[in-house]
Design a binder for this molecule. Structure first.
Ligand SMILES: [Ca+2]
Ligand SMILES: [Ca+2]
Ligand SMILES: [Ca+2]
Length: 429
């Protein structure tokens, strides 16, 4: 009886939810229509389309007539435009120093937003699935890296020859990058081409969301991403298999940064800060997972550097990182509601195995029974997790929905739903 009631109740909720969604879509449609009418007399902001292999006129005006080069779209774009990029592998061709091929980079433009993750048929941005459709920005200019079947370098040892110093760059602009994989950057040149192999930003305000930094390298700092004195708003990022002397995954340098819902795994620094180096940036790190990162001397996960510097770490997991000294965190931190291996002083902190599903295969979701379930603080929790799952959920099934620690929220329903469906089968409902 109880199970049947629950299922019926659920169906009722689902029906209500669908009706709500429909209503929102209708309202959205009305609003869009009104905006379109209002926008008509003005110069409307354009969507510029990019699709590898597109036939058609290749002028960027539709998916059919899409540019095949992201570089062409960037040349066209003006402030307010959006560039939509379909699945495929794209390499930069425009050099900042004409005589040096390796300075080829996708240079972000003021007020222009780049969105990836499209199949190449969508009419509204919300239809894209950035997990299924990989829009890959690769630094492999000479096409000789040992990339995987998708075109991603998952480990820097697979990089060969003369790759781009920075796959993507930004120089004092406000720009958005959303829905890409950035891979195979190799910043092994002279300053600043020894920083930020995947993404190098200088000043400005960069918003980076739904981006995977895989297998990027920097001789000096920030293998995946280096930000110099800018403002960065970062969410739903994955840093994996990146390498640098300092800050294998990411380096915050005298900037203002917040990063949420992100995973740092299997990054390496030859010196310190296997995953992340924070230099006089006092960054906020919220609902992030740091695991299996490695440093040559200290701070396998995060180094907080500079007199009085303090990284604010909330609702996060720091586990199984390695270094000869201070294998997890080193320097100044304010830590709360976080699971830190070997422990850290602060409200709500834990020191216990978070029970990742399968670190060997890169799956850092939590399992049932993990101490990190419902152990975060809802006040700090973002609305969604790295998968886009709504937070907070009642992951430990005690009737109270509390945010989990780490990048992923655990969904108990997914485990119990088949069981509940089985229970109602005998009565035929
Ligand atoms: Ca190469
Ligand atoms: Ca939860
Ligand atoms: Ca709960």
């Amino acid at each position: 009886m109880r199970a049947r009631y629950t299922v019926r109740h659920k169906l009722f909720l689902v029906a209500g939810f669908m009706a709500g969604v429909l209503l929102l879509l209708l309202i959205g449609g009305v609003n869009q229509g009104r905006n379109a009418v209002q926008a008509q007399p003005l110069m409307a902001d354009a969507i510029i389309y990019v699709r590898a292999g597109a036939a058609g006129a290749n002028d960027g005006t539709s998916w059919e007539d899409a540019y095949i080069s992201l570089q062409s779209a960037l040349e066209d774009a003006v402030s307010g435009d959006e560039i939509w990029v379909a699945a495929g592998v794209y390499t930069p061709t425009v050099r900042t120093t004409p005589a040096d091929a390796r300075t080829a980079t996708f240079m972000l433009k003021q007020g222009v937003a780049l969105y990836g993750g499209f199949a190449g048929i969508e009419t509204v941005r919300e239809q894209r699935d950035w997990r299924a459709n990989l829009s890959i920005l690769s630094g492999d200019l000479d096409h000789n890296d040992a990339a995987d079947w998708r075109g991603i370098v998952t480990d820097t040892i697979a990089i060969a020859g003369d790759n781009a110093y920075h796959v993507v760059s930004a120089d004092v602009v406000t720009a958005t990058l959303d829905g890409f994989v950035i891979t195979a950057g190799k910043a092994t040149g002279a300053d600043p081409h020894h920083l930020g192999g995947g993404l190098y930003t200088n000043g400005g305000h960069t918003t980076v969301t739904h981006v995977g930094f895989w297998g990027n390298q920097a001789l000096e700092a920030g293998g995946g991403f280096f930000d110099r004195q800018g403002q960065v708003t970062l969410a739903q990022l994955v840093f994996a298999g990146n390498l640098a002397n300092r800050g294998g995954g990411m380096y915050f340098y005298h900037d203002t940064g917040i990063i949420v819902n992100s995973l740092f795994a299997k990054n390496r620094s030859e010196i310190s800060g296997g995953a992340l180096w924070d230099e006089a940036a006092n960054s906020t790190v919220r609902n992030c997972t740091f695991a299996d990162n490695e440093a040559g001397t200290q701070a396998g996960a995060i180094l907080s550097w500079g007199g009085g510097n303090a990284v604010t770490l909330q609702n996060s997991i720091v586990w199984a990182n390695t270094a000869p000294n201070e294998p997890q965190l080193s320097g100044g931190f304010v830590v709360s509601y976080s699971l830190v291996e070997d422990g850290w002083l602060g409200t709500g902190n834990l020191n216990a195995d978070p029970l990742f599903v399968s670190p060997e295969s890169g799956d850092y979701h939590l399992q049932m029974g993990s101490s990190a379930l419902d152990a975060g603080d809802n006040g700090y929790a973002p609305e969604f997790d790295l998968d886009g799952t709504v937070r907070p959920l009642d992951s430990n099934h005690d009737g109270i929905a509390t945010a989990d620690m780490g990048a992923y929220e655990f969904e108990l329903q997914a485990v119990f739903l088949p069981l509940m469906l089985k229970q109602v089968t005998p009565s035929g409902k």
